[in-house]
Write a protein that binds this ligand. Structure first.
Ligand code: ADP
Ligand code: ASP
Ligand code: MG
Length: 472
């Protein structure tokens, strides 16, 4: 088995140069005797802009929505023209792009008339990003001599109908992969699919949630029993923390599935939280690699991580959270009280990140969202409620904190000037999390990073990146 799934994120396909680099990386794998299946995101920022188109149209701003769409049309047309020089092929591709944008504009006009953006229509609009990028990239690969073939991911990634966060149907995906993807691979072709998008059984377009192309890659890798799932992005791999917060973050060479899943769930944007599941089930290694620096080894995510000298591997941050305090002033915490609280979150389909309880009060954290007033209203029927936004969750992850003494003391000493609002440890034995004000994130993460990664274990972290470079 030498099949590898290679997923390229938005920055890896952001413009013609990036797409050519991507083609080179795929060609490199073919030269190594691998059989790639390629999954691509929308070109960078396109998803956000499509959502902006949808928002403008649903406000009745038809002109604004169509102007945005027209800018996207030009960007895709120009990218195609720069990549595909063959006259006939280019004309075919330009016609396909034109048809997609004509259809998108029709939807936007309709939306501007009815002024109601449903999750289903939002998924349809946002799906154009991956639909377009995958078609253009398949053509670009062929122009570069790769035997690429475009496969519409909506015929492969079958999901339920939970629009905007659809749940994949594994057995159906496996059957569709066998039908629409495997035969191409067996005949030496390179299937190219858009990530993020799928469809329900009625054929209606769905999406897997923001950042979901990683998940598509893993689902296809799982269904095809790939030997590896490669996530190509714009950093050297999973880093000790978000390099945008801490520029001296180090690459983590190897990390366990469990650690990576915690990190992804608690905000490390580099990986979609569900990516790990299909890989774990089939024990397929996941590699996180840099398309701008393809010779770097990246991060290898495997079932058992080697022992590390430092307690933590990584610090993740999730911003834009809200703390909800529920205080049972009228009744003490009786049997069934917590259930009644969680039933309300369930009713509003709102996931809870962290919970902490005392005798009469419960504090919970959730993603700040527009359901909060309705949730607070319902909670208000059983208790006193207050909620406060602009909070951030800091999550310290490492298998080696299991059973180590004095770790919490070190964590909270390192951030002694920061006001900590909630603390959680023990749920998974490999993470320690706490809530702080969003404005304190930078100071907290920098202090924690400086303390815990001052003497990094060279077996686990890429310490060479920190050595002074030779001057010539
Ligand atoms: P892609 O478009 O390739 O899917 P994303 O923007 O989704 O890329 O994820 C990559 C980004 O994740 C990086 O540019 C980095 O800023 C951010 N990030 C957050 N936490 C981490 C981390 N621990 N390690 C690496 N990158 C991280
Ligand atoms: N394009 C989608 C997004 O920006 C999916 C992805 O890139 O993973 O969320
Ligand atoms: Mg991503």
């Amino acid at each position: 088995m030498n099949l590898v799934v290679m997923k390229f994120g938005g920055t890896s396909v952001e413009n013609p140069e990036a797409i050519l680099r991507t083609a080179g990386i795929v060609a490199g794998r073919v030269d190594q005797g691998k059989r790639p299946v390629v999954v691509v995101s929308a070109m960078s920022k396109v998803t956000d802009l499509l959502l902006a188109c949808a928002a403008a149209a649903s406000r009745g701003d038809r002109v604004g929505a169509l102007a945005l769409s027209s800018r996207l049309r030009s960007r895709h047309r120009d990218t195609a023209a720069a990549l595909v020089k063959d006259f006939k092929d280019c004309a075919k591709l330009q016609d396909a792009i034109e048809a997609e944008f004509n259809a998108l504009d029709e939807i936007l006009r309709g939306l501007a008339a009815i002024l109601e953006l449903t999750p289903r229509i939002s998924d349809l609009i946002v799906s154009y990003g991956e639909r377009l990028s995958s078609v253009i990239i398949a053509h670009a690969f062929r122009e570069r001599g790769l035997d690429a073939v475009h496969v519409d991911a909506r015929n492969v990634i079958l999901t339920d109908s939970t629009y905007q966060k659809a749940i994949p149907q594994d057995a159906l995906i496996e059957a569709r992969c066998a039908l629409h993807v495997r035969p191409h691979v067996d005949e030496g072709r390179i299937p190219v699919l858009g990530g993020f998008i799928g469809s329900n059984e009625a054929g209606i377009t769905t999406t897997l949630g923001r950042g979901g192309s990683d998940f598509t890659g893993a689902l296809i890798g799982g269904a095809l029993h790939a030997e590896a799932i490669e996530i190509w992005t714009d950093v050297n791999g999973i880093m000790t923390t978000d390099p945008r917060i801490c520029p001296d973050a180090l690459r983590v060479k190897t990390i366990s599935f469990e650690e990576a899943a915690e990190l992804a769930y608690f905000g490390a944007k580099v990986l979609h939280p569900a990516t790990i599941l299909p890989a774990v089930r089939k024990n397929i290694p996941v590699l996180v690699l840099n398309s701008k620096n393809p010779s770097n080894e990246g991060t290898r995510i495997i079932s058992l991580a080697p022992h590390c000298n430092s307690p933590f591997k990584c610090i993740a941050v999730k911003k834009k959270l809200t703390i909800i305090d529920v205080v049972a002033s009228r009744m003490l915490m009786t049997h069934g009280y917590l259930k009644s609280i969680f039933d309300i979150f369930d009713k509003h389909q709102c996931p809870v990140d962290m919970v902490s309880t005392s005798e009469v009060s419960v504090s919970l954290t959730v993603d700040s969202n527009d359901k909060l007033p309705a949730i607070a209203d319902d909670l208000g029927k059983i208790a006193d409620v207050k909620y406060e936004g602009q909070k951030a969750l800091v999550c310290m992850v490492g298998e080696d904190i299991r059973g180590q003494m004095g770790i919490s003391a070190q964590v909270f000493t390192a951030i002694k000037h920061v006001n900590v609002r909630m603390i959680s440890q023990g749920a998974s034995e490999i993470n320690m999390s706490f809530m702080i004000e969003e404005e304190d994130v930078e100071e907290a993460v920098k202090s924690l990073h400086a303390y815990f990664f001052r003497d990094p274990d060279p077996a686990i972290f890429d310490v060479e990146a920190r050595l002074p470079k030779d001057k010539d």
